[in-house]
Structure formats: structure tokens, C-alpha cells
Design a protein around this ligand. Structure first.
Ligand code: ATP
Ligand code: MG
Length: 316
């Protein structure tokens, strides 16, 4: 058990994110490996008025084979100025982003395996009233066994009671501002980018379905990731287009057609289209998708027998 940051020694830098650095660390006594994510405190945003220490408690409670385990959270750690440090399960296979950078595309059976595990992870989180909000390849990590898990709750939050939302003076601007800080909007759903259009109704009506569309936003992101894995590039804008905010926003909110690989199987196409339904009310839910043929193909012999582990890029 990691009791203090001084129990750990840094071995290497695993990666840099928006708000922090991730190190590979070793527990001095047990020699167990962990990932240590160090974030400057001013980059952590307590959404909807949830204090950060409450989020830390929620984080530590998460326990699922489909979610990267957070073992401990330390405030004002000795290795950062005024920072917060997260001691996480070490995922030796790196991220899906690394795998795609190296292999560009994955076969459908491997994508199906990834999709199934991500949906299981979301099913777990959503049951705990946690919306992830930042599902993207770099937040899907792979362990030494080749198992993918959902990581990074930097911008996820618990869906709070309506009352707390109102006392926060909440509104679309606040959310957009937050997302702006959170970095990429590429995997964000239309209703997260443009809540006014998709929530419908004003005033009291506005917040009514926050829970619903928040969960649906994670499903949208799954669709984008799954399609990217087969297409070999971010799917909602052309590979040659500039991925700036305005281009992305237009593509996500108003893009007419999804670029679907012709060779994709019918279950793949149907799965992606159920995720990338612009109107969140019509979009499939996580539970529905867990029943979808694409993630229940049971070793179909038409496809290669590759597993995600076969694609893992060796970490330095
Ligand atoms: P963002 O800041 O938007 O989340 P990001 O996901 O790229 O972007 P981080 O979450 O800080 O940034 O992670 C940076 C990189 O560190 C990841 O892409 C991954 O390669 C590596 N990493 C993160 N967590 C772990 C972990 N638990 N085990 C192994 N590697 C990890
Ligand atoms: Mg991340």
C-alpha cells in the first residue's frame, strides 16, 4: 500500500497531458509498479461545485476490471508545487493513441474487443453516477495482458442533484468554458458542444435531462473512437483538414454524413451509426450497445484472430 509519495521512486516519464505529467514509479518496499500522475492544482476543475477532495474519494472507490484503478490521491505532494498526485495502476501497454500512431488501424475483431471493454467500463461508471466526459484514445490504456481499461477522470464528474447545479448558477457557458480548458473537443458530442440546441426548451426545462445527455455524450465518444480505429484517422473531418475548434465544431454539430469504410461489416456500421446519432435522445445507450451484434460476435471465423495485445507497442 502506498502511504506517502516518498514510498515511490520515479523510473521514467510515461507521458505528458494537458495538465500534468505521468511517471512510471516503483514502490520501494514491494517493488510494485505504478503510474503517478502529477497535476498542477490550478488545472483541476471542480465541476458543479464538487470539491476536489470529494472527487478524490469517488476516484478511490472505483473498482472495476474495465477501469484503471486509482490507488491513492495526495495533495501538495513533495514532487510538485501545490499539486495533486494520483497513484494509478500501471498500464504497461501504453494507450490506444500510441497503438494507433504505430499501426494506424486495427482489425474489426480487435476493435470489437476494445469497444466491449470500454462499454463495460462505462456501464460501471454510469451505474456509479459518474460521467467520464473525456473518452478518447489517449485515455484508453492497455496493460501487460493486452486488456484495455478506461483511464483519466480529470474532467469526469458525478451527476449531482438539480439543486446543487442551480446553486452553482450553472449554464451552458460554464460548461463550454470548462471544456475549453480541458483541451480537445474532438470526441465531444453535439449536445456537449451546443447544449442549447440539443436540450430543447429554456428556463426550468433546460437542466431536466442533464443526467441523460451527459451519459449519452460518452456513447458518442465511443463511436468516434471505434470509427477512428478502422479508418486510421479522426473520422469526423477529412484527414487533410485543419483540426481547429471551428472546423471540428461544425463537423460534429452539422456534419451530414459519417465517413464509413466501405469494407466495414454491417454490424460495425450499425454500431457506429447508433453511437453517432446527433440527437442524444435517439442515440443508443451503453446497455443497448452491450447487446449489439458488433460486440457479441463470439469468435466469428471471418475475422483474423488477432488480439489487442498483439498490437501493443513496447514502452521505453
Ligand atoms: P489529457 O490531459 O487530455 O488527458 P492525455 O490523456 O494524453 O491528455 P495524460 O492523461 O496526462 O494525458 O496521460 C499522458 C500519457 O501518459 C498517456 O497518453 C499515456 O500514454 C500515459 N499514461 C497515463 N496514465 C497511465 C497509466 N496509468 N499507466 C501507464 N501509462 C499511463
Ligand atoms: Mg489522459
Amino acid at each position: 500500500v502506498v502511504v506517502s509519495l516518498s514510498d515511490l521512486e520515479k523510473l521514467a516519464v510515461l507521458g505528458h497531458g494537458n495538465g500534468g505529467i505521468v511517471y512510471k514509479v516503483r514502490h520501494k518496499k514491494s517493488h510494485c509498479l505504478y503510474a503517478l500522475k502529477v497535476i498542477r492544482s490550478n488545472t483541476i476543475i471542480g465541476i458543479n461545485g464538487i470539491p476536489n477532495h470529494v472527487e478524490a474519494e469517488i476516484l478511490k472507490k472505483m473498482d472495476s476490471p474495465y477501469v484503471v484503478k486509482c490507488h491513492a490521491v495526495f495533495d501538495n505532494g513533495s514532487c510538485s508545487d501545490n499539486g495533486v498526485s494520483f497513484v494509478m495502476e500501471y498500464m504497461g501497454g501504453g494507450s490506444l493513441y500510441d497503438i494507433l500512431k504505430h499501426h494506424r488501424t486495427l482489425s474489426e475483431d480487435v476493435i470489437s474487443e476494445v469497444a466491449k471493454r470500454v462499454l463495460e467500463g462505462l456501464n460501471y461508471l454510469h451505474a456509479m453516477h459518474v460521467v467520464h466526459r473525456d473518452i478518447k484514445p489517449s485515455n484508453l490504456l492497455v496493460n501487460d495482458k493486452g486488456e484495455v481499461k478506461i483511464a483519466d477522470f480529470g474532467v469526469s464528474h458525478v451527476v449531482v442533484e438539480e439543486k446543487e447545479k442551480e446553486s452553482n448558477g450553472g449554464g451552458g457557458d460554464y460548461d463550454l468554458h470548462h471544456y475549453g480548458n480541458a483541451g480537445t473537443c474532438a470526441y465531444m458530442s453535439p449536445e456537449r458542444i451546443d447544449p442549447e440546441t440539443w436540450r430543447g426548451g429554456g428556463g426550468g426545462e433546460k437542466n431536466k435531462n442533464n443526467g441523460g445527455d451527459d451519459f449519452a455524450g460518452d456513447v458518442w465518444s465511443v463511436g468516434v473512437v471505434v470509427l477512428e480505429c478502422l479508418l486510421g484517422h479522426f473520422p469526423l473531418i477529412g484527414a487533410e483538414q485543419r483540426p481547429d475548434w471551428a472546423t471540428l465544431m461544425c463537423a460534429i454539430c452539422f456534419g451530414e454524413k459519417v465517413e464509413m469504410p466501405e469494407t466495414a461489416s454491417p454490424p460495425f456500421k450499425s454500431f457506429v451509426l447508433r453511437c453517432l446519432e446527433k440527437d442524444w435522445r435517439k442515440r443508443a445507450t451503453v446497455k443497448e450497445l452491450l447487446q449489439h451484434p458488433f460486440v457479441n460476435r463470439g469468435g466469428c471465423c471471418n475475422f483474423s484472430r488477432k488480439r489487442l495485445g498483439d498490437y501493443v507497442v513496447l514502452q521505453g
